[in-house]
Design a protein around this ligand. Structure first.
Ligand SMILES: Cc1ncc(CO)c(N)n1
Length: 213
């Protein structure tokens, strides 16, 4: 039997995929031992990521070929703009990060790269390309979060960042994204594969960047 299109893309993205899923950052997150400065840097940068990620979700909603896809993507956008954004605001408060730092700190290279990739995928107006990047971002996060040990670390900063990416609803959304990628990806296989591979490389670089500077 042929492997699923999404599995073939994941295979082709090695060794970056496995390096991302097993990264020092997520290992320390599971142990609750991420240094506050590292967590702060990661979250300031990831809040920027969220901005273009929502834009990409919007582009996927606009270019989707079914009503069902629009409903699922729309509900997920609501979770990101609601619950997940609220986590960021509480985290910034807990870490003593004021608006000046949140806004003033420059984008790191990996953040710039990821934001540019998401804008490129959004502007392509191609549902398969948008789905490729969304699938990497959510599937890779589900994979590392599922590997985090129990019990969850005591601090909400660590525990909730894991739980946001390891819960039944999120798992179902990733299953939907993969099924969409399998369904619409092969029609633009080369272009979709390039977006997928670039996104995986950037996920790894994004974790690396939390330890830089
Ligand atoms: C860099 C990055 N990739 C994926 C996710 C999951 O949405 C995230 N929050 N940040």
């Amino acid at each position: 039997m042929n492997p699923r299109f999404s599995d073939a893309l994941r295979e082709a993205s090695e060794p970056d995929w496995s390096a991302g899923v097993a990264h020092r950052f997520v290992r320390e997150l599971g142990e609750g031992s991420v240094a506050p400065g590292v967590m702060a840097s990661y979250l300031v940068q990831d809040h920027r990521f969220l901005d273009d990620f929502l834009g990409l979700l919007g582009a996927a909603i606009a270019s989707a070929d079914t009503f069902d896809a629009r409903l699922r993507l729309g509900r997920f956008a609501g979770t990101i703009a609601g619950e997940e954004n609220t986590y960021f605001l509480r985290a910034f408060e807990a870490l003593g990060i004021d608006a000046e730092r949140r806004i003033g700190e420059p984008d790191k290279a990996a953040t710039r790269g990821f934001r540019a990739l998401m804008r490129e995928a959004a502007q392509a107006g191609s549902y398969p390309c948008a789905i490729a990047v969304l699938t990497v971002a959510e599937w890779l996060y589900l994979e590392w979060a599922r590997r985090c040990p129990y019990p969850r670390p005591p601090h909400f900063l660590h525990a909730e960042w894991i739980t946001l990416h390891d819960n039944a609803e999120f798992g179902e959304f990733v299953s939907f994204l993969r099924a969409e990628l399998d369904r619409v990806g092969p029609s633009q296989a080369v272009r979709v594969g390039e977006f997928f591979t670039r996104a995986v490389r950037l996920e790894r670089a994004f974790f690396d960047a939390a330890y830089e500077g």
